[in-house]
Every structure is written in structure tokens, then in C-alpha cells.
Design a protein around this ligand. Structure first.
Ligand SMILES: [Zn+2]
Length: 459
């Protein structure tokens, strides 16, 4: 018995030793010189200060920005991209969207329970891939993808883009929304008992132990932010519950977003000190003041009134709330909750379908109706979005060392924010995705992963 154990131990030691040492013995691929791209920008916007500088040069080496300034020399062999007639700016952020959910009038009658029943996780993951390309085409280089994404289709989408399988924004996924029993809707006893229909969409977590477990599960499966359904039920989360989730999420480097739909839930979320409050409707002017004092981001999901969505009274309320939040100096993000489609979503002039990117940008209508100055809207769409997505250390601002996520438009978004609807150039991770208004994504496609796999903890 002892002998067998010793043999077993020796075998385990040998296997482990081989596993540990083999990669070090294999020669890596020969180091290739990084491609260098020089972007000549007619104007370069710094959305943090709301200012622009003329005739700037951006040098991109590989995936990252190497230098920015006026009159920088072009390194030999560099590819030169002439955007001298354009305004260049960092990529845009949607701070609250759902890349792998699209509920429809037919066959679901806009009832998204039915989408969960009728569309598989793999189908929804592929929809997410298409939406990612559409969003990048409109200039969005970061999206917070917060729940209602089947069984971790959102974290898979992040990984696929990060590994280089397809072009898309950097996805900040939450995994399934965590809520007290029932999540955001009212399952039948059959659904609840057997957890086999809607349960990819929510994690039930009632007690403190269950909250800790749910937060850990989401982080284990790739979440980069934690989303709590604070008040989806009358038995919602207390301040203590929310604080517990915040502490647990912090252990894995995640911040917490609170979905709120009642004033009471909103107040508990603010009191607990969440990082982001999602949905502006239940917030009072007093709560805006508290959020500004605490520096809590607002993802208001400010739905416009269009031919295909919304109503005049709801729009008026939304505009009033957004305006008040801006006046109170709440850190605002551009956010949409875009997750639906119907057959009226066409361009009035051309009759063509609007893309997910076009539909996302239509939320600018609300910001314009609220009279928010273009520089502040642009800050919400960029700097505040990078901060709210906790990605500002890595990407966003156009400065040396950060990933090169760069877009360009004709016109001047600092005087007319609608200029960002006409994105002609998109670079993501140093690769050109769109030039002269046409998608040119060939460089993004590979028959295998070309970057290190995602994972906060390297596996
Ligand atoms: Zn949402």
C-alpha cells in the first residue's frame, strides 16, 4: 500500500514537474517587430478638458499608443493614416447595454421571458458577436454588458474579442444579474423549482452566504463587474446585503452596479455606496445630490422618444431627470439598456435598417433635449464611461502606454454632439477596423486566438 502510494506520489511529482517545466523549455515564437502606425489628426479632442488641439500626431506601436504631440517625426517603415481633415477622439462607451439579448415584437410580443425560452445561449452568443461588430462600427470601443445575457454569453463574448477571434468593443460583462428570489420577474412554481428555463438569466441569492457565493460564481466565470437587482422584489436587498456584495466583489477586483426601480431601493444603494446606479427614473433631486457627493456614477438608460420606442410623457420625465442629475453634478455616463428590435427601426431617409450602433447613438436625443452641453455629453460618452467601466488605467484616453482605441469624425462634436453619429474611422487595439467610412476588419480575423486568454487570474 505504502509502495503504491510512493509510486503514485512520484508519478504525480513527475507529471507536475513536466507540466511546469515544459513551457519554459520550448522556444517561443521569434519576436516580430511591432507594426507602427502614424495617425495625422487635423484636430484631436481631449474629452476630459473639453478642448481640441490642431495638427496632432499619434504614433501607435502594436496595440498601444507610443507618443502623442505636434510635429512628431514619422518612424521609417510606419504606415501613415491621414486624418488631417477629421476630428480625432477616443472611442465611445455605452455604460449599460445587453449585447446578447434582442427581444422582438414577433414572436415574443416584446416579452423578454419568451426570448429566454425560445433562443439558446449559443444563438444569443452569436447575436452578441454581430452586435459587437455593429457597435464598433459606430465607434464604441468599450461596453458594459450587464446581465440578461443567457448563460454567460457575455463573458464568452469578452473572451472571444480579447483573444482576437473577432473585432468588437472591450466588453465589461457582469454575468447573470444577482437578485433575491425570482430575479427580475415572476417565475411559475415549475420554473422556479426546477431552475431549468429562466435560470441562466438570474442568480437567486437571498442570505448573506448566497450573496457571497453568487458574487464569487460570477467572478469565477469571467465577470468584470457585479450587478445586483436591489429592489426587483419587495424582499429586496438591505444596505447590509449590498455592502456585503461590494466587499466580496472587491476581493475579485470588481465594482458593483445596482439596478434600481424604486426610490427605496435607490436610497439603499446610495447609502451602501455602490459604484454605479442603473436606471434614472426612481431617483429624486435629493438622491442626485447624494450621488454627486459620493461620486456614484449614474447609468440613467435615458430612452428617447422615437417612431419605434417610447412615449412623450415618459420622455419628458427622463429628460427632466437627466437634466437635474447634470445640474447636481452627478458623474453621468452614456447608457442605453439597448436590447430590443422591431420593424420600425429604419432610417427615415434611406429606408435601411438601423444598426445596433445607430440605435445606441439615438439616445443622444435625450441628452440634447435635456440641454446638456456637447462637451459634457462627450465626457459622459468617454472619460466617465472608462471610469465607470473601471478600464481607464488600460484604455480610453489617447495617451502613451494605453491601448490605441481611436475614432475620427468630420465636424466637431464639441459644438454639435451629433457629429459622433458619423464615425468614419475606427482603430481598436491598434488595428484599423474602419477607414473612409467603410469597415475593413480583415486584420481582426484569425483561425486561432492571437492574444492571451481572458481571466483575471491566469489559468
Ligand atoms: Zn439593463
Amino acid at each position: 500500500m505504502c509502495q503504491r502510494r510512493c509510486v503514485l506520489a512520484a508519478t504525480v511529482f513527475f507529471v507536475v514537474a513536466v507540466a511546469v517545466t515544459v513551457p519554459a523549455q520550448q522556444p517561443g515564437p521569434p519576436a516580430r517587430p511591432l507594426p507602427v502606425t502614424v495617425i495625422k489628426a487635423g484636430r484631436l479632442i481631449d474629452p476630459d478638458t473639453g478642448t481640441a488641439s490642431a495638427n496632432q500626431v499619434i504614433i501607435v506601436e502594436g496595440e498601444r499608443i507610443k507618443a502623442v504631440g505636434a510635429g512628431l517625426a514619422t518612424p521609417p517603415g510606419a504606415r501613415v493614416i491621414d486624418l488631417s481633415k477629421m476630428t480625432v477622439l477616443p472611442g465611445l462607451v455605452d455604460a449599460h447595454t445587453h449585447m446578447t439579448l434582442t427581444y422582438k415584437e414577433r414572436p415574443e410580443n416584446n416579452y423578454y421571458y419568451l426570448t429566454y425560452v425560445m433562443e439558446s445561449t449559443p444563438l444569443r452568443a452569436i447575436q452578441g458577436a454581430s452586435n459587437a461588430i455593429q457597435m464598433l462600427n459606430s465607434g464604441f470601443t468599450v461596453v458594459r454588458d450587464v446581465g440578461n445575457n443567457a448563460l454567460y454569453a457575455d463573458t464568452a463574448l469578452r473572451q472571444a474579442i480579447e483573444q482576437g477571434w473577432l473585432p468588437g468593443p472591450t466588453v465589461i460583462p457582469s454575468g447573470p444579474m444577482i437578485g433575491s428570489t425570482g430575479g427580475q420577474y415572476w417565475p411559475t412554481p415549475e420554473m422556479y423549482k426546477y431552475h431549468n428555463i429562466m435560470y441562466p438569466e438570474y442568480i437567486d441569492a437571498n442570505s448573506p452566504d448566497e450573496i457571497v457565493r453568487a458574487v464569487r460564481e460570477n467572478m469565477l466565470f469571467g465577470a468584470r463587474t457585479i450587478k445586483l437587482c436591489v429592489d426587483c422584489k419587495p424582499w429586496g436587498y438591505s444596505v447590509d446585503d449590498i455592502e456585503l456584495a461590494i466587499r466580496e466583489a472587491a476581493q475579485g477586483g470588481c465594482k458593483v452596479e445596482a439596478h434600481v426601480q424604486t426610490p427605496e431601493g435607490a436610497q439603499r444603494s446610495i447609502d451602501a455606496g455602490v459604484y454605479i446606479v442603473a436606471h434614472g427614473n426612481p431617483l429624486s433631486p435629493e438622491m442626485h445630490t447624494q450621488m454627486a457627493q459620493k461620486g456614484i456614477f449614474l447609468a440613467g438608460t435615458d430612452t428617447p422618444f422615437t417612431d419605434y420606442r417610447g412615449s412623450e410623457p415618459a420622455f419628458k420625465r427622463t429628460v427632466g431627470n437627466l437634466r437635474d442629475a447634470w445640474e447636481k453634478k452627478v458623474p453621468l455616463t452614456f447608457s442605453t439598456d439597448m436590447d430590443y428590435w422591431n420593424e420600425r427601426m429604419v432610417d427615415e431617409k434611406t429606408g435601411e435598417w438601423l444598426t445596433r450602433g445607430d440605435l445606441t447613438l439615438n439616445f443622444l436625443q435625450t441628452w440634447k433635449a435635456a440641454g446638456i452641453p456637447p462637451a459634457d455629453v462627450l465626457r459622459a460618452m468617454t472619460i466617465n464611461g472608462y471610469k465607470a467601466s473601471d478600464s481607464i488605467q488600460e484604455r480610453g484616453p489617447i495617451k502613451p502606454g494605453l491601448y490605441a482605441d481611436i475614432i475620427a469624425v468630420p465636424g466637431d462634436p464639441l459644438t454639435e454632439i451629433d457629429a459622433v453619429r458619423n464615425v468614419q474611422f475606427v482603430m481598436k487595439n491598434g488595428m484599423v477596423f474602419k477607414q473612409d467610412g467603410v469597415m475593413t476588419p480583415a486584420a481582426f480575423f484569425h483561425p486561432g486566438p492571437v492574444r492571451m486568454p481572458s481571466g483575471r487570474w491566469t489559468r
